[in-house]
Design a binder for this molecule. Structure first.
Ligand SMILES: NC(=O)C1=CN([C@@H]2O[C@H](COP(=O)(O)OP(=O)(O)OC[C@H]3O[C@@H](n4cnc5c(N)ncnc54)[C@H](OP(=O)(O)O)[C@@H]3O)[C@@H](O)[C@H]2O)C=CC1
Ligand SMILES: O=C(O)CCC(=O)C(=O)O
Ligand SMILES: [Mg+2]
Length: 407
């Protein structure tokens, strides 16, 4: 019944009224949050468009469910389907620690070249949180999504590859690495950095953020993270000279007063930035950073807006986009109908915005806020609010649906 979303050569989307949207349910808490998210998205679309628009969900195989069904963790046809249908949404998938398969989540990002992981961290009143001034929290992380240590190019301690690499580095580069070390490689390229930073600047311009901060550990890792910063400044100059000024220029030429319509590009060393985003969050808007830093800071910042249960995200490339929560499979809660589905629901709202279905997206955000205000919350928020009544994941979703109906 549904129709395909298509993409034009200029990057704009053609969205039919009944788009087919592939989804991956995910592992662990994936099924619980997916069912809740689907219900809320369907209801928001129905209320916003009175039945004129409808998402046609198409399940695609990946993760544990897929492995059990057909012996494949991430079938090639799943990637082909996502490419073909342009916009998809997924639950989290498990990655074993220290052994076993490499991350399927990372594989999806790399294979579909979803180079920007976009994770907004915005306070939704009245979500409980540890900040003195939560209303000042409005940051968006742009995490490079395809390279860095996160690409998982590494060799195990004692393996032939690790030993020969250690020997090669000693002979040819004079590097003394402890025998039997495991080795990981950290590639950071100008091309991948520049396209990520360009997308972050473009987003800041479109969404009205006043700054883009390049987060790096370039004092220590000069030719990877330091280069990320250098290339970030370079692309700002090459592509956005009329809209972007550096922080140095702000003080040298404009006495520290941001000229109307200009975005400030600045850089911060990663460890220091972790404390500044806590103490002075209003000094930061869009944060562009390599993959691993982006992974760390997205969970850390999620705490400022209520925790991982409230943290949405999107993986965006030139060809297609896959929306997913920031958090993982939270295995101890799998199947308990307990966790907060807001992270995936808000990822769904990001997806609806991406499709231009802003009315449904806004309804979802307002519905979540109204539900929390009414004291209907899952365990994670209940433990931060005295006197709140803990609801199940599915009951919370029902609460959002009722709230949306009465907005
Ligand atoms: N994109 C993806 O698919 C991702 C997959 N993963 C994978 O998930 C697995 C588990 O990773 P782990 O490091 O434990 O991190 P998780 O994000 O899965 O969970 C850690 C903790 O965060 C809290 N949390 C997470 N999601 C929610 C939610 N929806 N509602 C309320 N609280 C939540 C819970 O805290 P508390 O215990 O305090 O209640 C939970 O125990 C690993 O295999 C990892 O590789 C991890 C991140 C992303
Ligand atoms: O792929 C994984 O298992 C972890 C991914 C992750 O933590 C993230 O992308 O934020
Ligand atoms: Mg993570």
């Amino acid at each position: 019944m549904g129709e395909k979303i298509t993409k034009n050569s200029d990057g704009t989307l053609n969205i039919p009224d009944t788009p087919i949207i592939p989804f991956i349910e995910g592992d662990g808490i994936g099924p619980d949050i997916w069912h809740a998210a689907r219900k809320v998205m369907d209801s928001a679309i129905e209320i916003a468009y009175g039945g004129k628009k409808k998402a046609e969900w198409l399940e695609v195989d990946a993760g544990e469910k897929s492995y059990k069904k057909n012996g494949e963790w991430l079938p090639e046809r799943t990637l082909e389907t996502i490419r073909e249908y342009v916009v998809a949404i997924k639950g989290p998938m498990t990655t074993p620690v220290g052994k076993g398969i490499r991350s399927l989540n990372v594989a999806i990002r790399q294979k579909l070249d979803l180079y920007a992981c976009v994770r907004p961290v915005k306070y939704i009143d009245p979500v409980p949180n540890p900040m003195k001034h939560p209303e000042k929290v409005d940051m968006v992380i742009f995490r490079e999504n395809t390279e860095d240590l996160y690409a998982g190019i590494e060799w195990e301690s004692g393996s032939e590859e690790a030993r020969s690499l250690i020997a090669f580095l000693k002979e040819r580069m004079g590097t003394d690495i402890a025998p039997e070390s495991g080795i990981g490689i950290k590639p950071i390229s100008p091309g991948n950095t520049k396209r990520l930073v360009a997308s972050a600047i473009k987003y800041a311009i479109e969404q009205g953020y006043s700054s883009v901060t390049l987060m790096h550990k370039g004092n220590i890792m000069k030719f990877t993270e330091g280069a990320f910063s250098t290339w970030g400044y370079a692309v700002a100059k090459e592509q956005f000279a009329d809209r972007v000024i550096t922080e140095a220029e702000l003080y040298e030429k404009y006495d520290g007063v941001r000229p109307e319509g200009k975005i400030i590009i600045k850089d911060r060393i990663a460890d220091m930035l972790f404390q500044q985003v806590l103490l002075r969050p209003d000094e930061y808007g869009v944060i562009a950073t390599p993959n691993l830093n982006g992974d760390y800071i997205s969970d850390a910042l999620a705490a400022q807006v209520g925790g991982l249960g409230m943290a949405p995200g999107a993986n965006i490339g030139d060809e297609c986009a896959v929306f997913e929560a920031t958090h993982g499979t939270a295995p101890k809660y799998a199947g308990l109908d307990k966790v907060n589905p807001s992270s995936l629901i808000l990822s769904g709202a990001m997806m609806l915005d991406y499709m231009g279905w802003h009315e449904a997206a806004t309804l979802i955000r307002d519905g979540i806020a109204a539900t929390i205000k009414a004291g209907t919350v899952t365990y994670d928020l209940a433990r931060q609010i005295s006197g709140a009544t803990e609801k199940k994941c599915s009951e919370f979703a029902d609460g959002i649906v009722s709230s949306m109906k009465s907005l």
